[in-house]
Write a protein that binds this ligand. Structure first.
Ligand code: SAM
Length: 189
């Protein structure tokens, strides 16, 4: 399901639920990166905001991007309830316009959203020394997962980002994740 109105309906059903826990690979990667103060992050296809909120808790200046207005409304509501700042941007990631006017980010996060064409373009939206953090399902996942079309092949993430410096890469239990550094190592802290 990728149509915004389908996602609106799906998110609407969960309107009164908690946003859910942080993906374990994301958590490990964020621990490794340290505090987010002074860093800008984008959470793409952010959904109801479980990761955007976590980034804000860790001190990042965060923008949550999604094509579902319902999802972003929930992100804002949860952020307000926690006293966090999370900017939202309603945009279609399949369009070139989604990043218009956004400054380069220190960290781009994409979890449970697979658009291979987008993945290869994301480094253009990072500052030198910025990082991509991606995690989603693989086709060998047993149990709950999206249809195969939305799942990675084994080993696919690691090879897709071989042009960056892979800092963390994991594949297990039907999920894959990668944390990749782009640009000058000296410009990171
Ligand atoms: C499975 S949810 C993942 C949410 C979140 N990243 C997480 O891990 O909890 C996928 C999200 O992608 C969004 N999405 C789907 N197609 C999109 C597109 N073309 N542009 C922007 N967002 C999109 C949906 O609205 C939905 O919120």
């Amino acid at each position: 399901m990728s149509d915004a109105s389908d996602w609106d309906a799906k998110h609407q059903l969960r309107r009164h639920d908690e946003v859910g826990g942080v993906d374990p690979f994301v958590s490990e990667a964020l621990d490794r990166l340290g505090p987010g103060e002074g860093r800008r992050a984008l959470d793409l296809a952010a959904g109801r905001g479980r990761h955007a909120l976590e980034l804000a808790r860790r001190g990042y200046e965060v923008t949550a991007v999604d094509s579902s207005a319902e999802a972003l409304e929930q992100v804002s509501r949860h952020a307000r309830a926690e006293g966090l700042q999370v900017a939202t941007r309603l945009a279609d990631l399949e369009s070139e316009e989604w990043a218009r006017g956004l400054p380069p980010a220190d960290l781009i996060l994409v979890v449970n959203y697979l658009d291979r064409a987008l993945f290869t373009r994301l480094s253009a939206h990072l500052r030198a020394g910025g990082r991509l953090l991606l995690a989603t399902f693989t086709k060998d996942r047993v149990g709950d997962r999206p249809s195969e079309r939305w799942c990675l092949e084994a080993g696919e993430l690691a090879s897709a980002f071989a042009n960056g410096i892979v800092e963390l890469c994991e594949e297990r239990n039907g999920r894959a994740g990668v944390l990749t550094l782009f640009g000058e190592r000296s410009s990171t802290r």
